[in-house]
Design a binder for this molecule. Structure first.
Ligand code: PHE
Length: 436
């Protein structure tokens, strides 16, 4: 029952799919609040440097591994050496654990979209949000609804499902984002917002900020869990890796920047603390929307945009696990999608309840939701990235030629891959562990 290996129809579809994976809540939700927390422009410049010179390397490597093997994550590592098969499963586990909290946020987005579409905008979001999130039934149903909205696409297949979704949602997202950013720039807080983003205050530079920026870069580029590897495995063999990687980084960073440009002028127009944290888009921003003209239109556009970003990332998370399940359990795509969705639905429930009835159930002093976020972002992503670089650098002979090319830049990147990048991410890992 061998399914013929799928391939993206053309280069644009490949780029849109990887951008769809990369652009997600990491850009529109996490990036602005982390940047707010770590001092704006200093964080931004550190982040840009790290992403262009450090994270480009694991990104190229993951794409290359997929391109060479033309297989899922688990099989790819098994092909390099059967000893690494378990590591392939660790990557898949990472992406599944991420989806078990990511999809909860997807459910919240659906609720907010509904509120704005139906013009049922609550008076006070700081009261509304905790009340809504602590519910038992509706947040669970919405998490599952969001999961189904993502799962439909991999269920239908790579070309008929995933490719179509990205080809439509990514351009639509770009248009909405540009419109909202232009609107934000017309607000009175625009100048202050832009200064916050682009005028660095170097006294705010510190090592935690650098490590956070590295973690954010991995998360937003979907590196360290086989997601990019899986999408890379569907690429055409004449695709240029380094060029495609920089294109992906360019798009992903542009979306993060535009999200900042959309959010910070609003934040400064209403004197909200830019450091508001994870609740920025669920409390502070919606509250401000309701004070602007046409709140229903503005809020609906904003939450459709975030919904599209979250769905295309959710699809990529599911596909990473589905591709490995199909190949290793020898089951059909449809069966793999259903089994995986059932598993994620069950594990997401304690994640949803972390804001309500299971608030006091703590693992290492964290709620289940925060614990999932913590072990994936702070531990598994840097660990996996270090191991992917070590495995590729030391065990895959053709990696230098295939990933970076045989030239001076290729030599430098290859040296960094074998010796420097793994150490950097092990450093990130140790710091992450100390923070427990
Ligand atoms: N990169 C996505 C984001 O920024 C998250 C993601 C992680 C997507 C893992 C796919 C796989 O939101």
């Amino acid at each position: 029952m061998e399914e013929k290996r799928a391939e993206w129809t053309n280069h644009i579809s490949f780029i849109l799919a990887t951008v769809g994976s990369a652009v997600g809540l990491g850009n529109v939700w996490r990036f602005p609040y982390i940047m707010g927390k770590y001092g704006g422009a200093v964080f931004l410049f550190t982040y840009l440097f790290l992403i262009a010179f450090i994270c480009i390397i694991p990104l190229c490597v993951e794409l290359t591994l997929g391109k060479i093997s033309r297989k899922d994550t688990v099989t790819t590592f098994n092909m390099i050496n059967p000893k690494f098969k378990g590591f392939g499963w660790l990557c898949v586990l990472t992406v599944v654990l991420i989806s078990c909290f990511y999809f909860v946020v997807g459910g919240w987005i659906l609720q907010y979209l509904w509120l704005f579409l139906t013009n049922n905008i609550p008076e006070n979001f700081s009261q509304y949000f905790p009340l809504f999130a602590s519910g038992t039934t509706i947040p669970v149903i919405l998490t599952i609804l969001f999961l189904v909205m993502c799962a439909i696409f991999p269920f239908r297949g790579v070309n008929k499902g995933i490719e179509k979704a990205n080809n439509i949602m990514m351009p639509a997202l770009a248009v909405m984002l540009i419109l909202l950013a232009i609107y934000s720039l017309s607000l009175p807080g625009a100048k202050e917002g832009l200064e916050f983003m682009f005028k660095p205050d170097f006294s705010k530079f510190d090592s935690t900020m650098v490590l956070t920026a590295l973690g954010q870069a991995l998360f937003t580029l979907s590196i360290g869990m086989g997601a990019i590897l899986t999408y890379g495995s569907y690429m055409k063999q004449d695709t240029k890796i380094l060029k495609s990687s920089y294109t992906l980084i360019g798009f992903d960073t542009t979306v993060s920047l535009l999200s900042g440009i959309m959010i910070f002028p609003i934040v400064f127009s209403f004197n909200v603390e830019p450091t508001a944290g994870p609740t920025l888009i669920f409390i502070s921003l919606p509250e401000m929307f309701s004070k602007l003209p046409f709140p229903a239109v503005l809020g609906s556009l904003f939450f459709i945009l975030i919904l599209f970003a979250a769905i295309t990332s959710g699809i990529s998370m599911l596909e990473t696990a589905i591709a490995s399940m199909i190949e290793n359990f020898k089951i059909s795509r449809k069966k793999a999608t259903v089994l995986l969705s059932l598993f994620i639905s069950v594990v997401s429930i304690p994640s949803v309840f972390s804001f309500g009835i299971m608030k006091d159930f703590q693992i290492f002093g964290k709620t289940f939701f925060d614990f999932l976020d913590f072990i994936t972002s702070n531990i598994l992503l840097p660990l996996n990235t270090a191991l992917i670089c070590l495995i590729a650098g030391w065990f895959v002979k053709s990696i230098k030629k295939e990933a970076f090319g045989e030239n001076i830049l290729g030599n430098i990147f290859y040296f960094l891959l074998k010796f420097v990048i793994p150490l950097i991410f092990i450093g990130v890992l140790i710091t992450g562990l100390i923070q427990v």
